[in-house]
Design a protein around this ligand. Sequence first.
Ligand code: AP5
Length: 212
Amino acid sequence: MNIFKIALFGSQGSGKGTQAKMLSEKYNLPILATGDIFRKEIKNETDLGKLVSSLIKDGKLVPDEITVKIVLRELCGEKYKNGFILDGFPRNIAQSNELEKENGLTHVFELEIGDEEVKRRLSDRRICSKCGAIYSLTVKPSKQESICDSCDGALILREDDKPEAIQKRLNIYRKETKPVLNFYKEKGKVVKVDGAQSIEKVFEDICKAIEK
Ligand code: AP5
């Protein structure tokens, strides 16, 4: 049996969360999305949620000692033993070093889009406040305005999808996350995908590379 340990990279709004969901359904793989974990903690007003809330709102990274611990503990769970999809992790070299000690990735995808497209997509994005499903006012609208198709939750704009936070997140991506891609490029594991194509075409390109 092939075990896929996939990580999706790409700047904010490049479509990582959207593609992770589709890949999870197709290959029956669990998703570990650090952003989703933190947003859930914030929503539930847990101690962790209170700790990370202002960092995320400001577009900053959550400290490695918190993030790495959560991810490595989670990956020890039974549900990840036959593979997984990482969305939003690793995000800097320290995180990738920790991940690779236990869980070498088999596939690394880099979804490429330009900054103008990032800004357009993030201002159009709405997420479900209940289940986290991702929508877009333009390319993936909900059937009923502002209501989630799957759980009837209210659709909201993410706190970090405001212009000031977006620019900070883009800067962090270039400075901290791009070097991680170089690390995986040296191992010959990175497949670049044109993230500006339609959602379906991006998905097709990723699947082709997985099945090659
Ligand atoms: P996280 O939740 O990981 O956010 P992100 O990396 O900024 O990525 P996004 O969720 O914004 O975008 P995406 O690429 O998933 O795009 P999506 O599919 O939604 O992290 C949030 C925060 O948590 C971080 O800033 C940090 O504070 C913290 N954090 C998380 N991980 C961490 C870590 N490892 N270490 C430390 N801190 C961490 O798509 C965007 C929109 O575009 C949607 O509306 C969608 O419908 C639309 N769309 C998608 N694909 C297409 C397409 N092909 N064409 C047109 N529209 C499209």
